[in-house]
Design a protein around this ligand. Sequence first.
Ligand code: GLP
Length: 242
Amino acid sequence: MKLIKAVDYTDMSNLACDLIVQKLKDLAEPVLGLATGSTPEGLYECLIKKNKQGEITFENTTSFNLDEYIGLADDNPNSYHYFMNEKLFDHVNIAKERAHVPSGVAKDFTEECEQYEKMITEAGGIDVQLLGLGVNGHIGFNEPGTSFSSRTHVVELDESTRNANAHFFASGWEVPSQAISMGIETIMESKEIILLASGEKKAEAIARLLNGEVSEAFPASVLHNHANVTIIADEAARSKLK
Ligand code: GLP
C-alpha cells in the first residue's frame, strides 16, 4: 500500500486529480469507480475544471458508483444519483448512459445487484476505483462484519454511518436504513484503488487501516490484500499514525 502525504484537503484533492487525469489520458476507454461523500468533492471540482479547459475528456469514459440508498429515487436530492449529477456528471462530457449508479428503487434488488456486476464485467472491469473511508472503516457501504467475498448486495446501515451521513440530508428526511453497495470482492477486482481521507475525524480509521490487522471487522483493511492501492491522506487524517 502506497501512502501519499497530502498537506490539507485541497492538496489531497489536487493530488488525486493528477492521478485520475493521467488515467484518463493513458486509457482509450477508461472505466472509473466513483465514490460519494464530502471527501471526493474537491477532486470532482478539479476534474470539472480540467474538462472545461479541454485538458481531459470523458467522451469514452464509463463509470460505476459504489452505492445508493434504498428507497431514494434518482431525482431525490438526498440520493447519490442526484449527488453525482450535481457534483460531476452534469458538468463534464460523460455520456449519462455510461455513468452508472446502482438503483435505490429497483423492483427486484437481487436482479439489480446481478445486473450491476454484469455491467462492470462487460465494461472490462474497473481500471481505477476511488474510495472514501467511513469512520467505522467501511468502504462503499460495506459495514464492519461484511464478508471479504461479498459481491454487489443490499446492506443494513450501521447507526454510526446513518449519524455520520445525516448532515447531507435535508430536514424532514431520515437517513435510510438500507443501501445497495458494490461488494468487497467487487471493489478488490478493480485494477487500481485510490483511497482518500481528510480531516481529524478520519484519523482513527487511517491509523487502524495502516497499523492494524486485516480483518472483516474493519472492512478497509482488506486493501492490504490488493497489489495496487494508493492512500492519499492529509495531515489531520494522519495525526494518529504511529
Ligand atoms: C458514505 C459513502 C462512502 C463514503 C463515506 C465517507 O457512507 N457510502 O462511500 O466513503 O460515506 O463519507 P465522507 O467522505 O463524507 O466522510
